[in-house]
Design a protein around this ligand. Sequence first.
Ligand code: NAP
Length: 631
Amino acid sequence: MAGTDRETLAAALEHANLPSLVPVLVQLTGDRRWLAEPYRPTRSRGMEDNDGGGFSPEVAAEIRGAVCDAVLSGDEPALPAPAGDALVELMTLAVGEPVPPEYGEMAARDMGFVDEPVRAVAPGTGPSVIVIGAGVSGMLAAIELERAGIEHVVLEKNDDVGGTWLENDYPGAGVDTPSYLYSYSFAPRAWSTHFGKRDEVITYLRGVADEFALRSRIRFGTEVTSCVYDEDAQHWTVRTRAGHMLVADVVITATGQLNRPKVPPIPGLDTFTGPIFHTARWPQDLDLTGKRVAVVGSGASAMQVVPAIAGEVAHLTVFQRSPQWAAPNDVYFSPVPDGVHHLMEHVPFYRLWYRTRLSWNTGDRVHPALQKDPGWEHPQRSVNAVNDGHRRVFTRYLTSELDGRPDLVGKALPDYPPFGKRMLLDNGWYAALRRENVDLVPESVAAITPRGLRGADGTEVEADVVVLATGFHPHKVLHPMDVYGRDGRTTAQVWGDDDATAHLGIATAGFPNLFLTCGPGTVLGHGGSYITIAECQVRYIVDLLVQMSERGIGAAEVREETEADYVARHDDAHERMIWTHPGMGNWYRNDAGRVVSALPWRIVDYWEMTRGADLRDFDVEPATSLGRSTS
Ligand code: NAP
C-alpha cells in the first residue's frame, strides 16, 4: 500500500488498539477464523481503550503480523462494506460483548459502509433558511443545507465559528468525549490527544469551516434578538441587535444549550474589588501568578480550571456546594502516538473501528445501568446493581487518589448515585485538592465581600480573583431571543421560564417552520458524542425541508398531539432513569423536577426516530410563495 512499508507499519502496529484490528482483519481477508478464539478480544472495563484486548503476546503478534501482510498485499478488501447482521457480528467481536442488532444500520452509515441517501431539492424550489449560530450544530446545518441545494444564511453573534468552543477559553478547557468520537462523521482529524483541548477543537472547527467554504455563508458579529412568524406570508422575520431585518421561510436555531453563563445572584457580587468573572468569560490577559484565587463551583468547568491553575496561583480556595463523581481514564492526558496516526491513515477501516468501539464503550453501553431497578435494596446510594458497582469503582478510585487525606475524602465523596449529576472525568482534580496551596470548602457561597467570600457556614476567605464556575442556563431554551410564533405567542410564554418541550427536541407546536438543534431533551447524559445527535437532528430537518419542497408545502407545524405524545413518553422514560433520583440536583432537570435537558433514549433509538421526517406528524399548509430571499 502506498505511503507505508513493512518496517514503518510494524512499528506503528505496536501502538495499535488490538480489538480494533481484529474486525479490520476480517474485512481485509474475509477469513472467518479471526472471528473465533483465540482472536476474540475481551470487553473494555469502564471507559478504558483496552488496547491489549486481553490477548497473549503470541496472539497479539500474530494479529499484528497478519494485518501487516494484509495491508501490504495490496489486495482489495474482501468485505469492503459489511452491513446488517454481518456488521453487528463484527461489532460484537470488536467490543467483546453482544451488540444488539439495531446498531447495524446506524453503524453502517456512520462508518460509511452504506451511503446516506442524498436528499436535495430541485434547483430554485427549496425554502430559504436562516440558521442562528455557527457552532458545532450551525456549521453542520450549513453543510447539509448546501448538500441539499437549500438556500441559507448563518447568523453568528461572535466574530468566528465555534460557538461554545470559541467562548470557553478558560485554562484547561477541553472536551471529555474522546476526540475521535467528538468529530463529524464525515470530517476526521489526526487528533494530537485522546481528549481534545479547546484550542485543538476550535482549530478543527475552523478547518471544517474552511473545507466546506462556510464563511461566505456566515454573517459574523450578527446577534439575533427576535424572530417573528407571519402566518399569511408563511415566513419568519429575524431582527438583529444592529437593527437589521432578514426574512426567510424557515429558521433553524443552533444556539446550543450551554451558551448563556449563569451568574448566581450571590449577595455582594458587585462589591468585590478584584476581577470576578464566569469561566466562559475568562479574561485573556489575566495573570494569576502569586494571586489568591477562589473558584465557586465543582462541575465540569471547575474540574478543568482548578488543576490547570493550582500550580500557578499563591492560593486556591474551591467552594463546593455539592461533591461530584469523577471517573478515571487511562489516556486522558496521553498524546496520540504518531504510530496511531499512521494506522488511521494507512490501515483500511482502522479509524472506523476505533471510533465505533469508542461510540459503544462510552455511549449506549452505559444506558441500561442508569435505569432505576424498582426492586433494588439500596435506592439512596445507587439505582441498580450495576450502578452500585460503579459507585464501588469510583469510590475506590477517589479514596486511592486522596489516600492519607481522610479530611478530603469526607468532603469530596458524594452520597448520591454515580451519574446522578453529569459524570466527570478526573482532570487532575483530586491531585490538585491535595496540594498545600489548595483548600476545599464544602459550602455554598452565602456572600461576596469587597475582599473575598463568605461560605454558608460563615467561613471567610480572602481572594484577589473570583472565578464563577457556576454553569449555564440550559433550561432557558432560545433565551434571550424573543421568538414569536402563531398568534404572537412567544416560546417564553409557551414554555415558561424553564419547561421547554419539543417533538424530538426539534419542533414545537405553535411555531411553524421553526426547527431546533440541541433543543430540549437532547443533551447526552449517559455518554457518547453530542455531534452524533446534531447529525441526527440536521438530517431530520433537511429531510423535512426537502419533503416540503417536493410537495409544495409552505408551512409545517408539528401537531400538538404528536408533541404531547412524545413529551409524555420522554417524561415517562425519565421517571425510570437516574436523573429524577431525589438524592441530588442536576442541570438536566428544572425546579419542578422535570428533566428538560437530557435525552432519555439510547442514541440508537434517537437515531431511528430521526431517520426521516414523517409528514403525518405535522399540520401542513400549501405554499403561498416558497423560495424567498434571506437577504
Ligand atoms: P455545572 O456542571 O452546572 O456546575 C456548576 C457548579 O456551580 C456546580 O458545582 C454547582 O453546584 C455550582 N453552583 C451553581 N450555582 C451556585 C451557587 N449559587 N453557589 C454555589 N455553587 C453554585 O456547570 P459547568 O461546570 O460549567 O458545566 C456545565 C456543562 O457544560 C457540563 O455538565 C458539561 O456538559 C459541559 N462542560 C463540559 C466540559 C468537558 O467536556 N470537559 C467542560 C465544561 C463544561 P451544584 O452541583 O450544587 O449545583
